[in-house]
Design a protein around this ligand. Sequence first.
Ligand SMILES: [Zn+2]
Length: 350
Amino acid sequence: MKLFSTALLICTALMAFAQKPQNVILLIGDGMGLSQVSTTFYYKDSDPHFKRFRHIGLVKTSSASNKVTDSAAGATAYASGIKTYNRAIGVDMDTMPVPTIMEELKEKGYCTGLIALCSITHATPGCFYAHVKDRDEHEEIARQLSLAGVDFFAGAGTRYFTKRADEQNSYAVMQKNGYVMDTIQSNKPLEAHKKYGFLLADVEMPSKNNGRDDFLPRTTKAVIDYLDQRSNGKGFFLMSEGSYIDWAGHSKDVEMLIAEQLDFDETIGAALDFAEKDGNTLVIVTADHETGGLSLEKGANKDTIQLTFKTDQHTTPLVPVFVFGPGAENFTGIYENNELQLKLKALLGL
Ligand SMILES: [Zn+2]
């Protein structure tokens, strides 16, 4: 016991001396296990950006209710630092709201941004600003986003803002509150003094193989520059999600998986390029869980590999976490998913 508390003291002291990053970029590959990451090493002509990391850890993803988590409990762990039940969005086991790291940083004057390929009200992005009992409450999640004060968001889900059962229009509310809203395109220059909301599809954006362009890496890069200018040294927090990695597993589609994983790797490259130049930005890349039980086996002949999804469900192996920037050394080792958020909070002095 004494040894343990001494170790804890040293650990806390080390954390206090670690350089505190000014900005945080969290990239979540939904459903991205180690096999999914490995595909970039076999299907990219050059070294994947994953190879640029020196600090790597493993995260245990079980939720409070299930050995195999869903994206809602998984993202609540990363956003709010607690284990909760599957389907929960930013609430604890008693369905009570738990503050998210984005909300806490916003209160400290940070600028904030969210990017997803699915509906921006979907579980992973939703957990960073909303608090509801069930992930399917999309219209309520949209209403909460319209009041959350996020500086930038881009994703899909127009219908949850404009075609609502309660006939409210969260899109119009945001326009009234000074947001530049757009449903057509996100690739125009972003001005640092404006707030933006991009809803680029009714429910979800197309997969890469169904015609999506370089939206994810391009927008992630543009928004990092925008948040950097807008925050003007006060710090920013960005969460960007590779949403389709999960859906490739659910539909057991290996072509989709490879395309989405390579797209996510480019997104990581955009974040690392900024962080390397900036020197004051922490980049965290991880997953909420693995999807599909992807295996990379010997193919038809000795030099080929065969990708096979064993299930269309989420699975529960530990998932990797890759970290770059000031304080990255605090994220090595094996720990629970909610501990990642607690480590981040300790590093940021929250
Ligand atoms: Zn899923």
